[in-house]
Design a binder for this molecule. Structure first.
Ligand SMILES: [Ca+2]
Ligand SMILES: [Ca+2]
Length: 172
């Protein structure tokens, strides 16, 4: 009787592990783009994956002239796409530089979608409308502030792990 109980427990654990693996990361609900004249940054919390066991391992951010959702996600222009090494729950600040500078004085919608190590894609996040600033010379640009310039003697990655409010620098 005791041996049968052990086998039953192991079988349950194996089943749980395989169903976890196909779960996508949680949906980001606090995505915020910050725009300057021709530059943009994004801040949000890295979502968990498979409950409390993991984190999103890949991040993709897109922009579009209309609100982004699961149905029209691939119509958007990719502005960030990279592996993620930051743990779930941490805030990050990312510079959205893929596909070049933005057009000043233009309406843009922004959203993020993450995936796990098995390419399971999360739902598209909340969509943030952040137009670029006027084209006048006095309009500023934005960039992320690297609060941790060094880590263990090595250059820090281009990602900031901290709460969002202080992460955006105004430039120019
Ligand atoms: Ca997963
Ligand atoms: Ca915004």
């Amino acid at each position: 009787m005791k041996r049968m109980l052990v086998l039953t427990t192991l079988g349950t654990l194996a089943l749980a592990a395989s169903s976890f693996a196909s779960n996508p990361p949680a949906t980001v609900t606090n995505f915020n783009a910050v725009t300057g004249k021709t530059t943009a940054t994004a801040e949000f919390q890295i979502p968990s994956d498979d409950g409390a066991l993991g984190r999103a391992t890949f991040i993709q951010i897109r922009r579009q002239s209309v609100a982004l959702n699961n149905s029209n996600w691939t119509d958007g222009t990719i502005v960030y796409a990279a592996e993620n090494t930051v743990g779930a729950g941490n805030w990050v600040c990312l510079e959205l530089t893929l596909n070049g500078p933005l057009t000043c004085n233009t309406g843009y919608y922004w959203a993020v979608r993450t995936s796990d190590e098995e390419d399971n894609e999360s739902d598209v996040s909340n969509c943030d409308y952040s137009p670029t600033l006027p084209c006048s010379p006095s309009s500023y640009e934005v960039q992320c502030i690297l609060l941790l310039p060094q880590r263990n003697g090595e250059m820090a990655p281009p990602v900031v792990e901290a709460r969002g409010a202080d992460l955006i620098a105004l430039v120019g």
